[in-house]
Ligand binder design. Structure first.
Ligand SMILES: *Cc1c(COP(=O)(O)O)cnc(C)c1O
Length: 393
């Protein structure tokens, strides 16, 4: 196939139906564009879907991570640990709260936080009196981390766990939906258009803890409460509300919530389509000198991303293959360049060599396109480009 006949294939994109459009339109014709009924409806639907007691909708996963950290009391003098192979938000949320951020290296086969490395780091931190207050494991590509082991360490060492499940709505870990918070205090989803379901921009935090739920609801809207039972002062009149702490305007609008709620109905369908594409790639690319990131046992991945890792012998072709696919209209992207190597984090003292597995991963991996609308022909086009590239190089 000639490269000129192939239109650009993005690595990810939204799948919008007529029902989604109708749902958004009906909000536009309704009395409430924001702070209306679509928000609690979307929250309840997500909580029901993932089997959590509560869900709090906000305007992004980044906002959800921020108020999750604040609700758990993170502040100056505290420590937050996450993985270097993630989007910067998983670390930045700690910095927003004035906490110190540190990283745990990854397992090279799954790309997920390495639980053995975590255990070693915790032992040392314990001796030095530098244990984290919060750990943020990231369910990279939609595959859940080993939450049972992480939870065991959380209990042993006394830290909180926020799951960054921005990639992973619709995923399952040991027969439980990601988001059920069976092994964490809070779980966060993103509804950015490249993610599994979208609300345009948006995020949600799920929890089973009544107190955390209340705190996050307050923090997303300026720290204001209108619930007279929880007022600090006696109400001088019916107009009264109280700002009891410093919050933000992180609210989701009803327009976004209606889209998210409509999309949620097709979540299982999307996850199934993505898993089929993962399987197709693993078949069509089986003879190439590369491997797909492994999905752990006991995990159903939502397959937000398909990441290829070049074998050691062809690792030097990483950038060449990346550029070759780009030049042939295939949307490729590195998920992710290690966060600790970003200038901002190097400014805090992190250096190349700090997390060798993460750095090696980023020098030999990138994502190839996956979204429910990707056709079999497109998968073959991409796979053939890769196979032909290795024949010729
Ligand atoms: C996309 C993403 C975020 C941020 O999501 P937004 O909704 O865009 O704020 C955070 N963490 C990870 C791992 C992500 O992929």
């Amino acid at each position: 196939m000639s490269s000129f006949s192939q239109a650009f294939i993005p690595y990810g994109r939204q799948t919008i139906s007529e029902a989604d459009i109708t749902a958004v339109e009906s909000v536009l014709r309704s009395p409430f564009l924001t702070q209306g009924p679509a928000i609690p409806a979307f929250e309840q639907a997500v909580a029901d879907k993932v089997d959590s007691r509560y869900a709090v909708a906000v305007n992004s996963a980044t906002s959800a991570l921020h108020i999750a950290c604040l609700a758990l009391g993170l502040g100056p003098g505290d420590r937050l640990w996450t993985t270097p192979i993630t989007f910067v938000s998983s670390a930045n949320c700690g910095r927003y709260c004035g906490a110190e951020v540190d990283f745990v290296d990854i397992n090279p086969f799954t790309g997920l936080m390495d639980v053995e490395a975590l255990e070693v780091k915790l032992k040392i931190a314990d001796l030095e009196g530098k244990l984290p207050k919060i750990l943020i494991p990231v369910h990279l590509t939609g595959a859940s981390c080993d939450m049972e082991s992480i939870n065991r360490l959380a209990i042993q060492y006394g830290f909180y766990v926020i799951e960054d499940a921005s990639h992973a709505i619709g995923g399952v870990y040991r027969d439980r939906a990601v988001g059920s918070c069976a092994f964490s205090q809070i779980c966060v989803f993103s509804f950015h258009p490249v993610k599994i379901i979208t609300s345009g921009e948006g995020g949600m935090a799920t929890t089973n803890d009544t107190c955390l739920h209340e705190k996050m609801k307050t923090l997303r809207s300026h720290g204001i409460t209108k619930d007279s039972d929880s007022f600090v002062f006696s109400a001088p009149g019916a107009w009264y509300y109280e700002q009891q702490q410093l919050g933000f305007n992180y609210r989701m609008t009803d327009i976004h919530a209606a889209l998210g709620l409509s999309q949620l109905e097709r979540l299982d369908e999307f996850v199934e389509a993505r898993n089929i594409i993962y399987k197709q790639y693993s078949d069509t690319l089986s003879s190439a000198p590369l491997s797909l990131l492994q999905i752990p046992e006991n995990v159903l991945s939502s397959v937000h991303l398909v990441v290829i890792q070049l074998n050691q012998g062809v690792r030097h072709l990483h950038a060449v293959l990346f550029n070759h696919l780009s030049a042939n209209n295939v949307g490729v992207q590195l998920h992710y360049y290690p966060v600790h190597l970003q200038p901002y984090y190097q400014g805090l003292g992190f250096r190349p060599g700090d997390y060798p597995a993460a750095e090696l991963y980023s020098s030999q991996s990138f994502s190839i396109p996956v979204h429910p609308g990707l056709s079999k022909n497109q998968i073959e086009y991409i796979s053939n480009l890769v196979l032909k590239f290795f024949d010729e190089n």
